[in-house]
Design a binder for this molecule. Structure first.
Ligand code: Z5A
Length: 215
């Protein structure tokens, strides 16, 4: 079927939980799919993930962040996403181009048109068929993210973004809501503060409607 579904939101919004649950749902319906993530999904993406998400001893400026996330994306699209479409799989992707606009554009304050141009190159103009935005107040998301991080033992904590000021996270959330309002046909805004099974139910009904429409 070759659908491309992306999952977005501030940290702790619940997207990773929901991607896994949707994967199980598709599995039970014998619908072929892959779950992948950005930054990540390829050996290069994982190396870039390590650089960008972990505390390091040197500064990484906002422009460098854009190019690093974009380098990971270009490889990810070529090596993982496009081959999955060829096999007619549904691709469930944890973050994509919208994250660069929300975090590096709205959060870091870089020019959004500049980011859109870079996104077009790194993604090869690929657009998701549907994007879920799990919207939660910043305080709720950060509390969940910090609880999750505090449980992490013996592996890197990947908390470089969580350590940003609360104002940064508020700008990211505003950025996502702006994007969702400007493309209502692609985005589905889901209240991520509802309980996990209620959110899952909503995700499944949106996906079923999309699959029915495309069949
Ligand atoms: N980033 C960027 O700046 N620019 C870019 O272009 C890209 C990324 C692509 C990596 O993202 C970071 O990279 C990210 C933006 C930046 N910033 N950070 N950090 P990531 O997706 O790998 O990391 P994350 O945002 O921190 O995601 P996460 O930790 O995986 O959280 P989540 O996916 O939003 O939530 P979760 O893991 O599903 O849930 C977190 C906890 O809450 C967990 O204990 C759950 O059991 C619990 N949870 C989940 N849902 C609920 C509900 N509904 N109720 C109660 N509790 C819940």
């Amino acid at each position: 079927m070759g659908l491309f579904i992306t999952f977005e939101g501030i940290e702790g919004c619940g997207k990773t939980t929901q991607i896994k649950m949707l994967g199980e749902h598709l599995n039970s319906g014998n619908i072929p799919f892959i779950i992948t993530e950005e930054p990540g999904g390829t050996p290069l993406g994982l190396m870039i993930r390590g650089i960008l998400l972990n505390e390091c001893s040197f500064e990484i400026c906002a422009e460098s962040e854009v190019f690093l996330f974009s380098a990971a994306r270009a490889q990810h699209v070529k090596d993982v996403i496009l081959p999955a479409f060829k096999e007619k799989k549904v691709v469930l992707c944890d973050r994509f181009c919208d994250a660069t606009i929300a975090y590096q554009g709205f959060g870091r304050g870089l020019d959004v048109d500049f980011i859109r141009q870079i996104n077009a190159i790194s993604s090869g103009q690929l657009k998701p068929d549907m994007t879920f935005l799990f919207d939660v107040p910043v305080e709720v998301g950060l509390k969940r993210a910090m609880e999750r991080i505090s449980r992490v033992k013996d592996v890197p904590r990947e908390d470089r973004f969580e350590m940003e000021e609360i104002e940064f996270h508020k700008k990211v959330r505003e950025g996502y809501l702006f994007l969702a309002k400007s493309e209502p046909e692609r985005f589905r805004i889901i209240d991520g503060s509802k309980d996990i099974s209620a959110v899952h139910h909503e995700v499944c009904s949106q996906i079923s409607a999309l699959i029915d429409e495309r069949e």
